[in-house]
Design a protein around this ligand. Sequence first.
Ligand code: SF4
Length: 385
Amino acid sequence: MDALETLESLSSQMELEHAEESRAEPAKPACFTPKEKRAAFVYPAQLPNGKQVKLLKTLLSSACERDCYYCPFRAGRDFRRATFKPQEFAELFMKLNQSNMAEGIFLSSGIAAGGANTQNRILDTADILRNRLGFRGYMHLKIMPGAEKAQVERVMQLADRVSINLEAPNTERLAKLAPNKTFIEELFRPLQWVEEIRRSQPAYKGWNGRWPSTVTQFVAGGSDESDLELLTTTDWLMKNVRLKRAYFSAFRPIHDTPMENKPAVDPLREHRLYQASFLLRDYGFDLEEMPFTGTGNLPLSTDPKLAWAQQNLKEKPLELNKAERRELLRIPGIGPKGADAILRARRAGKLRNLSALRKLGIVLPRVAPFVLLDGRRADKQLALF
Ligand code: SF4
């Protein structure tokens, strides 16, 4: 295999890794050149600051000594493995970067000779890129199960974002997915270390002067866990270790793995979990307010904010001229920008009709059933409107 074939092989299953709002498939947008369109390892992605980049998502090695039941790279699975040496990979990436084929990098690896040794290879690669080859672009680095605290700190000094995939919401569920990973010691503790380091030390000055953000990923539905379990862990992490976001990857069976006969999970479940996690993170909702069904799952048929509003606001609509910002955020169709626009408009006078709302960019059919405008139900006005 030449270097590009090795890279293609190492990146072949990376659509399973959600990162930086990258599309599920390596897309071929019009802005990509024919050469880039063939490069199935580069994903158009949106960075946390909103910038669009071409993100290379890859592994340093597809050889792995662990045997996670769901994973295409698990030990013993029969396929051709590939491995880059740190220098080799760093030089290849810089060629892609200099020819404008890849602007940022998401780097993970299968585990060989232990998590700490594997982490060292990721660190060596990042160190060469940053300090010998002068790469200043976006870097998202994986923290390996079994990494040591000093390694976690060094990863944080080089990366813009770090991640540790929990895969399951707790010890019991992880045992169903990855019996040779330990939930607390190998996965949960490093997430806590990241926050301990951020809180106890000033940000490292060598790279961009900021500590990286942290994310994690769950295999949604892989261990028969409920949405309540996934969101309980997500909520705790957001509140206690400043997790920036959780990614949910709906379980898909992989041929020649112990879970190959388990049915795939509806991707809509992934979408509902994202919606609920954003309500917890950005909209001031509590976990207890999520509209879980008796099985502890979110309804697939309705988005969780709408389901909450149907239960709580349908009979008691909110007066838009009096509602506080946190109340406005609970109304379907009103996000942070819409809430701020309403508050600004109220300073200039009362909101009396739907035209006033439409001028603020508010989607009327979503909002109208749950609000009053100057004492009158907006949904009645909507019929006339
Ligand atoms: S440790 Fe990672 S690469 Fe290895 S089998 Fe488990 S999930 Fe796959």
